[in-house]
Design a protein around this ligand. Sequence first.
Ligand SMILES: [Zn+2]
Length: 230
Amino acid sequence: MGWQLKIGRAAGIDVFVHWTFVFAPIYVVYSCWETGWAMIGVMLVLLLCFFACVLLHEFGHALAAKQLGIKTLDIIITPIGGLARLVGMSRNHPWQEFLITLAGPAVNLFLCLLFLIYLVATSQNLMPTSIAAFPQILFWANLALFLFNLVPAFPMDGGRILRSLLAIFVPYKTATMIAGNLGRVLAILFVVTGLYRSEFPFVLIGIFVFFAATAEIEFTRDATDSDRLD
Ligand SMILES: [Zn+2]
């Protein structure tokens, strides 16, 4: 995947940050420039906390895969999300893909509940009153990560869950075609919505989803039934 920096290793899995990640803090500094350096500092710490949640999400996939005997090559963090690269997931066991994929959003739901319990136990409001209200912001961020990842825009998690459920009833190729084409339609919606609302990250995610869905459709179309999907 090009240039990347190793930032650590856990549970036998190397964690890398892709070079394009530098655009995330640059985007934060650019969009908060008027507010001063103190606010920019808080936003950068918040950005780090957010991507720590993304990293834990990826470890959810990787550790579920490990339980099922599937190896994770590495985890790569990019500005539009994380990627746990699994090796040797068989297309003949759609339930494996279902469980491994579900484990990522499940981590965000778990984190969301942890922050909720903390906020309720300390009698705090759920709505953040300032940018420094980290528990409130991370509660909503994890709820958003949980829900957003379940959008069936293949190859995002929701789309993979859909593909794995379809693959129980129809051939794997057909399941990939259906999920992939739905993913491309939703990707176009992401781009249009992102442009309309000037939400630049949405545009990037839409473009990524469109090309990744196309690549998966073509890969599966070309693969023979005996191939293993890596
Ligand atoms: Zn995921």
